[in-house]
Design a protein around this ligand. Structure first.
Ligand code: NAD
Length: 263
């Protein structure tokens, strides 16, 4: 129970990697606020956590809206206690469009969720953490935040932005007791494409067959480990960064990608 009674907020925790992080933090003793734009998914994650003896709270919020983020973090602190761990994980895929084919509205929405949403989560978390002089912020970037593949123009640019934001914040806040790190997963099997289409709304192009890591053969070709990662493997990295053992690690962009970016 390495994280006993620590209070965590995990955004995008209604599914996939965020749900696995919420579960892993809870298994290690943390009290977890499960935030998602889809309330039913958030409730299901909270139910799973409660089912294994954890204390959890489901909260509906669109992380690209500052008012939603503020309400969610306020509710989490009131119900669970002072915020120690903020995981800014919510994100959407952009359909792999390059600049000439991407329309401006899609660009804006993807950047708003994947980059501005992380900024808003960090800013709100700092309001809780700075006065107490302690905290862990973990931002979900991607292998697409370390190179020019793994998404389209908006996704790759936003994820590079998350890595840059993380580094700037590490410099600014590590002397004040707060570590700030990013995780850069490679290919992980989730419902990311379907959820992204649903959140981006009508008119969003079908993304099912697009990208460089759709088939098993493509995954093997780019990933030295020869397979997709699991959400649990990403969650293990998040738990480590949240733990006392990672107190001197800050400003790091941790690839959890089976060696993809080591090539
Ligand atoms: P997922 O779709 O399974 O889960 C994402 C969750 O975030 C969903 O429940 C969705 O409803 C929620 N969400 C999306 N936009 C939101 C918003 N504005 N406000 C609140 N909640 C919102 O996807 P996933 O694969 O688990 O992705 C999680 C994160 O991991 C994303 O940031 C993604 O970019 C990143 N990532 C995923 C992969 C992968 O291969 N799956 C690889 C690298 C990085």
């Amino acid at each position: 129970m390495l994280l006993r009674d620590r209070v965590a907020v995990v955004t995008g925790a209604g599914a996939g990697i965020g749900r696995a992080i919420a579960q892993a933090l809870s298994e290690r003793g943390a009290r977890v606020a499960v935030v998602d734009i889809d309330e039913a998914r958030a409730r299901e994650t909270a139910r799973l956590l409660a089912g294994t003896g954890g204390q959890a709270l489901a909260l509906e919020a669109d992380t690209s809206r500052s008012g939603d983020v503020d309400r969610a973090v306020t509710a989490a602190c009131e119900a669970l206690g002072p915020l120690e761990i903020m995981v800014n994980n919510a994100g959407v895929l952009d359909g792999y469009w390059s600049v000439d084919e991407m329309d401006e509205a899609l660009w804006r929405r993807v950047v708003e969720i994947n980059l501005t949403g992380v900024f808003l989560g960090c800013k709100r978390a700092l309001r809780e953490m700075l006065p107490r002089g302690r905290g862990r912020i973990i931002n979900m970037a991607s292998a697409a935040g370390l190179g020019g593949t793994g998404g389209g123009a908006a996704y790759v640019a936003a994820k590079h932005g998350v890595v840059g934001l993380t580094r700037q914040m590490a410099v600014a806040y590590s002397g004040r007791g707060i570590t700030v790190n990013a995780i850069c997963p490679g290919v992980v099997l989730t419902e990311f494409r379907a959820h992204s289409r649903e959140i981006l709304g009508p008119g969003t192009p079908d993304m099912s067959g697009r990208g460089i890591a759709v088939s098993d053969e493509q995954v093997r070709a780019i990933t030295p480990a020869g397979r997709r990662g699991t959400a649990e493997e990403v969650a293990a990295a998040a738990c480590f960064l949240a733990s006392d053992g990672a107190a001197y690690i800050t400003g790091h962009a941790l690839a959890v990608d089976g060696g993809w970016r080591a090539r």
